[in-house]
Design a protein around this ligand. Structure first.
Ligand code: 13P
Ligand code: SF4
Length: 300
């Protein structure tokens, strides 16, 4: 493993690549990254970098967002088959039919969506800014929110807006945690705060002390010594790795995103070596998708 890590570091230096890793990536991948972050933080870094080569350790919609925001850079997705099942829960034709039922309603799409869905939406959002995005829209018509019903429902309450959500969800957050997990862990660690990702089911969210993005969770733990965390396991693994003295407890260690874990050191090495798995986005669709992503970034 050390040999592979050394080779990756050497190739990174030779190519001048910027390695970005989402907070759910494995510890060894996050350790090799220039920056770790949530979807919003990584999108901003991808847009602002001068690097000509970005290696995006995450899932497809993240690499596509980076490629849309920085068309001058080459964006590699080391595990080319790493998708997001929630993003696949709505396509452009389903969105068109949804819009037809609510003429004049603005459409907010979660960044966990295809380029086509982004192109047909008015504005994009991430878990870090969904409330702000909803509040930026006029309140005379209900907002259509795709694809995540849990994020859409939670953010609508915070923003005090009428929102009609698509029936999509993240399998990891939807099925990874039960209310019984919360009750059991609360009785074991009664003075710990529960941080939950807004992709969790409302039955979990209602028990949370804070509902925040993965970037928000990282910042929270910088300042505090103990927490129970309801999100994908990679985040707690990395927190335990960098803060071995803190008590960071996953609500369930079984909440693992198979897609996020597809990126291995071998994938990263081969991507850098062969500059393989370039993210290609149709330029006409990309132009439209850029509008909805840029509107979000203007608010952030
Ligand atoms: P964050 O933007 O909070 O990192 O969430 C991304 C994601 O895919 C959560 O499942
Ligand atoms: Fe998609 Fe869920 Fe995996 Fe995030 S954790 S990438 S929403 S499947």
């Amino acid at each position: 493993m050390q040999q592979l890590i050394d080779k990756i570091k050497q190739l990174k230096a030779e190519t001048g690549a910027l390695i970005l890793a989402h907070n759910y990536q494995s510890v060894e991948i996050q350790d090799l990254a220039d920056f770790r972050g949530d979807s919003l933080q990584l999108a901003i870094l991808a847009q602002q970098t001068e690097a000509e080569l970005i290696v995006f350790c995450g899932v497809r919609f993240m690499a596509e967002t980076a490629a849309i925001l920085n068309p001058a850079a080459t964006v590699l997705l080391p595990a080319s088959e790493a998708g997001c099942p929630m993003a696949d829960m709505i396509d452009a034709s389903q969105l068109a039919a949804f819009k037809q039922n609510y003429p004049g309603s603005p459409v907010v799409c979660y960044v966990n969506s295809s380029v086509e869905v982004k192109a047909a939406s008015d504005i994009c959002c991430t878990s870090a800014n969904a409330v702000k995005v909803m509040q930026s829209l006029p309140s005379d018509k209900p907002i259509l929110f795709v694809p995540d019903r849990n994020l859409g429902t939670w953010a609508a309450k915070q923003a005090n807006r009428e929102v009609i959500t698509w029936d999509g969800f993240c399998p990891v957050h939807q099925w990874g945690f039960t209310e019984q997990h919360v009750l059991d862990i609360r009785s074991k660690y009664p003075d710990f705060k529960l941080l939950a990702h807004p992709e969790c089911d409302p039955a979990i969210i209602k028990h949370a002390d804070f509902v925040i993005s993965t970037g928000g969770m990282m910042k929270w733990v910088e300042k505090e010594d103990k927490a129970i965390i309801a999100t994908e396991r990679g985040l707690t693994d990395y927190l335990c790795h960098i803060y071995p003295q803190k008590q960071i407890i996953p609500l369930s260690p079984l909440a693992v995103c198979k897609n996020m874990k597809k990126t291995t050191l071998e994938h990263l090495y081969l991507a850098l070596l062969h500059k393989q798995h370039k993210t290609v986005v149709d330029p006409i669709i990309a132009e439209k998708a850029r509008l909805s992503i840029s509107r979000m970034l203007e608010l952030s």
